[in-house]
Design a protein around this ligand. Structure first.
Ligand code: THU
Length: 131
């Protein structure tokens, strides 16, 4: 699965975002072993704290379906679905990745000029907490 394909899947997932409070749509596409992809979008809540990020939606869908080997994730996001800057994953999502992924798990991001970042998880979170 190429990064471009995975980013396109993430862009489609972004359309499903439920974000009436922030207006910030995020989509994620998580590549598991055997070329299986799980998508995710952010899902907000009027009580705010029950909201879930797109990345964690994708991870929790995959894990709850029995997929636990992960290669890479593509993430896109922006106000009203127009992505401009890279949508870096938040610290909570990085910690979830730290729980389930090796340090060479790849995070792929794109900006409005089609610049692509592909970096390892340990670049974003070099000292993740582990029990
Ligand atoms: N959001 C994500 O889905 N992923 C991130 O990595 C950062 C933020 C969502 C949460 C919220 O619904 C909206 O973006 C604005 O913070």
């Amino acid at each position: 699965m190429t990064n471009t394909n995975l980013l396109n899947i993430a862009k489609n997932a972004m359309k499903k975002s439920y974000c009436p409070y922030s207006g910030f749509r995020v989509g994620a596409a998580l590549l598991c072993e055997d070329d299986i992809v799980f998508t995710g979008c952010n899902i907000e809540n009027g009580a705010y704290s029950p909201s879930n990020c797109a990345e964690r939606t994708a991870f929790f869908k995959a894990i709850s379906e029995g997929y636990t080997k992960f290669e890479k994730i593509a993430i896109v996001g922006g106000h009203n679905g127009k992505f401009q800057n890279f949508c870096y994953p938040c610290g909570v999502c990085l910690q979830v990745m730290n729980e389930f992924c090796d340090s060479d798990f790849l995070i792929i991001l794109i900006d409005e000029n089609n610049n692509i970042i592909e970096k390892k998880l340990n670049c974003f979170l070099p000292f993740g907490f582990n029990l």
